[in-house]
Design a protein around this ligand. Structure first.
Ligand code: MLT
Ligand code: MN
Ligand code: ZN
Length: 316
């Protein structure tokens, strides 16, 4: 786990709340959501490319190039959304000789139109874009299997659909199917996805789902029989953001099922180890040792759950 915070990280640069102030003082910081996964320990894939990617890569010895070479163990990037906290790091990867990026159709389109990072890095790195489809497994290097599952229809704000009649039309080259601002991207459920990873020998199964709009039957299937489930922990409660910032936005309204609302589902699937990630700086669980985190710890433990930490390596 390279990073475990939601957009903004912990502390957030413009936030002086108690939690952010404590993080500044103690150094107990969190970088933005990012995972690296491997089936053989040699070929690695990033899941999401966070704005903190450079320091995350430098802090991860497994991802260092072989001595005396530019042979990186990184074979590609799998995106779970087109959100800026999941994609700004693609710019950081422009020094790569070649780069494979896997994304769903609407996300791939958004990254060529509304946020054109695809065309932007193309002159720097030979980029191979792959469309992933929920339900269709992707075979990756090193014996890694990734099965995408649809988790939500929330578009990034930069790709918000305009009012009818003002929708942008897909232009062009054919590299951007689906048109992020077009009707084709309007009612998709795969703007946000998760992955169920396994090795081709079927020995280990891990689910990565840092954005969960609602608990779906597909998520039930993915979680069942998994060894490890890394799950959306953006907010602890549905009204957390409203309570802490005085705004009106609920967790659910932002496309994130709060921890209090996903916990009952974990009880239906005992067995896997659950780790909450993508923690917002408003979430008391993001702050180790906060009174709320201490009070919730036994509740989480009873469900086989805990809180993910930056830099944790889990071997299955
Ligand atoms: C999300 O996870 O919902 C987004 O990253 C929010 C944002 O725009 O930062
Ligand atoms: Mn996010
Ligand atoms: Zn704060």
């Amino acid at each position: 786990m390279l990073g475990t915070a939601a957009g903004g990280g912990l502390p957030q640069w413009n936030c002086g709340c108690d939690g952010c102030a404590t993080a500044r003082r103690t150094g107990a910081v969190r970088s933005q959501d990012c995972l690296a996964v491997s089936a053989d320990g040699a070929a690695w894939y990033l899941v999401n490319a966070s704005p903190d990617l450079r320091s995350q890569l430098l802090a991860t010895p497994e991802l260092a190039p072989a001595p005396g070479t530019r042979a990186t163990p990184l074979r590609g990037v799998l995106l779970t959304s087109g959100e800026l906290d999941h994609t700004l790091g693609l710019v950081t990867l422009r020094e790569a000789a070649e780069l494979s990026v896997h994304a769903t159709e609407p996300v791939r389109a958004a990254l060529h139109e509304a946020f054109p990072v695809g065309p932007l890095i193309a002159p720097y790195a030979k980029t191979h874009w792959h469309t992933v489809t929920p339900g269709t497994a992707v075979e990756l290097a090193g014996g890694l299997l990734a099965e995408p599952l649809a988790l939500g229809g929330k578009r990034p704000r930069y790709a918000a659909a305009g009012p009818p009649g003002e929708r942008r039309t897909a232009r062009g080259s054919g590299t951007a199917p689906g048109g992020a601002g077009t009707a084709a991207g309007a009612d998709r459920t795969d703007w946000v996805i998760g992955y169920r990873f396994s090795d081709t020998a079927g020995r280990a199964r891990a689910v990565y789902a840092p954005g969960v709009a609602a608990w779906t039957p597909a998520l039930d299937r993915a979680v069942s029989g998994a060894d490890l489930v890394i799950l959306d922990g953006t907010f602890a409660t549905d009204d957390e953001l409203a309570e802490r910032t005085g705004g009106a936005r609920t967790s659910r309204g932002m496309g994130h099922l709060a921890v209090e609302d996903s916990l009952p589902h974990l009880a239906r699937h005992p067995g896997p180890r659950y780790l909450y990630t993508h923690l917002n700086n408003t979430n008391p669980l993001a702050h180790r040792g906060s009174p709320e985190a201490v009070a919730l710890a036994p509740v989480l433990a009873a469900a086989g759950a805990g809180v993910a930490e930056d830099g944790t390596l889990v071997e299955l």
